[in-house]
Every structure is written in structure tokens, then in C-alpha cells.
Design a binder for this molecule. Structure first.
Ligand code: IMP
Ligand code: MG
Length: 185
């Protein structure tokens, strides 16, 4: 496979899986503690980047849960966020009065997540919490409270474990940086 855009590894496979397991236990424990053993959680993911993280995370969560998906287009120019977001696939079920966990791959400027969060909160879930695998807090524009963070990351554009570079590299088991970053900084 031609993957000459890949730079060095930033987070290896073992480190990811250990952290995903910790997050799964923490999230399950927190929701069970807050709402009891029988509580049901709706886990929502914004396609596509978080689908690998989601699938590993939920298989380690020992509780009653359902999964739902949204798809948005965020009008990114190359690797840079413009802030405008349009939902082109909405949830298939209502989240009204439900406990919700929103799972993200990476929060960069925070513009995408803050838009989605406002939209979901307006549907009046009972509780909504956010879990992101990666947090690039140094580029945040929209202030956000993120409940669960896998790893803090720096400025480099990252690829692998669901994250893509021009749709490529999502299937890597680890996370690496781009060899020739065109990420604005
Ligand atoms: P934000 O609106 O600037 O926070 O952008 C968040 C979205 O941009 C993420 O959900 C990713 O889809 C994408 N993104 C941001 N940084 C990266 C990266 O380093 N690699 C791959 N995708 C990224
Ligand atoms: Mg995303």
C-alpha cells in the first residue's frame, strides 16, 4: 500500500488500547453511579473519524447501550476548519430524556463539536456528555467542556485509528503524523 504521507508514530497501538479500556471503565462507572445499573445510554458518533474508536470503546462498556450516527459536512478547506457545519444524516432515534454520550475522534478548534452539542442539547436529553479520543486544546476557538479525553495532542495533523488524510489512513492501528504537514498553525 502506498502510504508515503505517513510520518512517525505519535501514539502506538498498545497505548491506544490501554487508554480506551480506561475510558470505557470510567464512562460506564460514571453513568451507572449516576443513574443505576439498569440505565441505558445512547452513544452517538459523528461520522466518519470516530467510528474505529467507537467500536473499540463500546465493546469494553459493560452496560445497556444503543448506537446512533450523524454525518455532517464541516466545509473544511484542506485540513483547516471553516466553522460552518451542515447535518446531512441525522440521528435515527429521539434522544429526548435519554442519557447520551457523544463520541468524537479529535477536537481541534471545537467549532464542529460546539455546533453539534448545541443542536443535541436543544433536543432535551436527560444528560449529555462528550468523549473525545484526542484533544488539540492549543487550537481551541469555541470554549468547550469535554468530559472524557483520551490524549492531549499537539499541533501536528494526525492520521490513523479512524483519522484520515484525504480519506486515507483510517485503517492504521496506530496514530502518526503527516510527513509533509499542510496543517495551518
Ligand atoms: P474542529 O471543528 O476544528 O474541532 O475539527 C474537528 C474535526 O476536524 C475532527 O472531528 C476531524 O474530523 C477533523 N480533524 C481535525 N484535526 C484533525 C487531524 O489532525 N487529523 C484528522 N482529522 C482532523
Ligand atoms: Mg470528526
Amino acid at each position: 500500500m502506498e502510504m508515503d504521507f505517513l510520518g512517525e508514530t505519535v501514539i502506538d497501538e498498545d497505548t491506544i488500547s490501554r487508554r480506551v479500556e480506561e475510558l470505557a471503565q470510567q464512562i460506564t462507572g460514571d453513568f451507572v453511579q449516576a443513574y443505576g445499573e439498569e440505565t441505558q445510554l445512547i452513544v452517538i458518533t459523528v461520522l466518519k473519524g470516530a467510528f474505529i474508536f467507537l467500536s473499540d470503546l463500546i465493546r469494553l462498556m459493560d452496560m445497556d447501550l444503543r448506537v446512533d450516527f450523524m454525518a455532517i459536512s464541516s466545509y473544511r478547506e484542506s485540513t483547516r476548519s471553516t466553522g460552518a457545519v451542515r447535518i446531512f444524516k441525522d440521528l435515527s432515534e429521539s434522544i429526548y430524556t435519554k442519557n447520551v454520550l457523544l463520541v468524537e475522534d479529535i477536537v481541534d478548534t471545537g467549532l464542529t463539536l460546539s455546533y453539534i452539542l448545541r443542536n443535541l442539547v436543544s433536543r432535551e436529553p436527560r444528560d449529555i456528555r462528550v468523549c473525545t479520543l484526542l484533544d488539540r486544546v492549543g487550537r481551541r476557538i469555541a470554549p468547550l467542556d469535554i468530559d472524557y479525553v483520551g490524549f492531549q495532542v499537539g499541533e501536528d495533523f494526525l492520521v490513523g485509528y479512524g483519522l484520515d488524510y484525504q480519506q486515507k489512513g483510517r485503517n492504521l492501528r496506530y496514530i502518526c503524523r503527516l510527513k509533509t504537514p499542510d496543517h495551518d498553525s
